[in-house]
Design a protein around this ligand. Sequence first.
Ligand SMILES: C[S@@+](CC[C@H](N)C(=O)[O-])C[C@H]1O[C@@H](n2cnc3c(N)ncnc32)[C@H](O)[C@@H]1O
Length: 481
Amino acid sequence: MKRKPRPPVEVTIDGLDGDGIGTGLDARGRRWTLRGAVPGSVVLAGGRCGSGTVLGVVQPAVDAVEPRCPVFGTCGGCLYQQVPLERQRAEKHAALTTLLAPLGAPGVGPIGTPGEGYGYRNRMELSFGVDRYLGRAEQARANAGEEIERAGRFLGLHGAGRFDRIVDLDACAIASPALDAVLARVRADVLASPFPTWAPRAQTGFWRHLGLREGAEGVVLLVYTTPGAEAEAAWLVEHAPTWGAAAVLWYTTERTADAAVGDLRAVLHGEPRLAVSLGGVPLTLSPLAFFQVNPTGAELLLRVIRGALRPGEGAPEPADVAPDVAPSGLLLDLYCGVGALGLALHHEFSAVAGIDLVAEGIAEAMRNAALLGVRADYRAGPAEKLLPDLLRDHGCTGAKSQRLAVLVDPPRNGLHPDALAPLCTLDADVLVYVACRPSSLARDGAKLRAAGWRCTGWTAVDLFPHTAHVEVVARFVREPA
Ligand SMILES: C[S@@+](CC[C@H](N)C(=O)[O-])C[C@H]1O[C@@H](n2cnc3c(N)ncnc32)[C@H](O)[C@@H]1O
């Protein structure tokens, strides 16, 4: 027998959990975890306490501000736009202080870059479709029997939990203005073209996805389509140079899965590389390679990491390159991606050694290290498998014979136990843990502590304003003998 859905209940939101998710109590004293619920507000919640859904706002927080994004609430991103930026940071600080208590050290932040926290993203990925996702208000009207037009040609983000419905977007409040400018041009042109957008249920159509990335030379556009015929190719060749992008790359795919992947069919315009920089160090990357999505925030993050790698007590403070310091020792850059952080710090070390799972990222790291003249040893594969050999090959298994600094920047799940184990016994000067999911740091940090590492402090960086996410940098040193 089908269970009846539970009736919605009112929940008073009193804080965020350590990963930025709203939490609060209902009238029966049950604690709810509700994505996007704003502390200080009362919401109508459905589903289960541990993973409920906000169905509506009964009473906004007293200091609620008007969200800047026209599709706020429909898009499902940037859930905290209604909360003033300073309070977002205060709520995140309170949540982190509780969550990171097992580190046994003081923490500061999130600290952020100046401004209102909009227009920071240097990357967007959008999907084409034929069915528009309705916002709450429109859905309520549709439920009440009103005929609402939904079919058409759309470009935007998927509605929550819907692979087949698109939140139609012509701009994004957290995207850089340069991305929005190119998006407006390409969107108008493509949606007026003679070729259909992708219909996921019928699995037909030409336009699939659009990727936009901003680099030093402008916006690189990645256009994903089904293979098409000569007319489609001729149309793209004619129109691509008019969109104001620095480069336009065309990828085709016959896969039906909803993912922006494909084989490079042609470079329609410009140079197929993305030029970026971090800490004044120039890097050129494949337009598909990972790079920090908030470039201004990444500069602050890098300065905090640089401060954390230096001897010190308390929460790491942002630091700049010291001109008078001679490079020395080895930096282990684990989960290094394209090597951006380690290469940006290379002035301070004689050599850098890194590991990342993704071979393409490692190839980029090696190429950039060679261009910069950095002594580097990058290896592709799982850190949990490769770390023991890397440590042995660099003479790091016994008592320390040179300055040794470790930087770990793992994915959201944190360190694999087999990567954590050799770090627990490693004799190094400092271990800096960069966490994109603070609860993973709390778990791994407690194990490091039990193994004789002492956390001096942590500093959170507001890399993703208006969202639940936050980055934390924690410094660990060996407990004095
Ligand atoms: C948060 S990103 C860090 C990127 C890099 N530090 C940067 O700032 O550009 C996490 C990285 O971990 C890598 N990764 C995921 N699982 C891994 C594993 N088991 N072993 C090694 N690297 C892994 C991913 O490919 C990704 O590049």
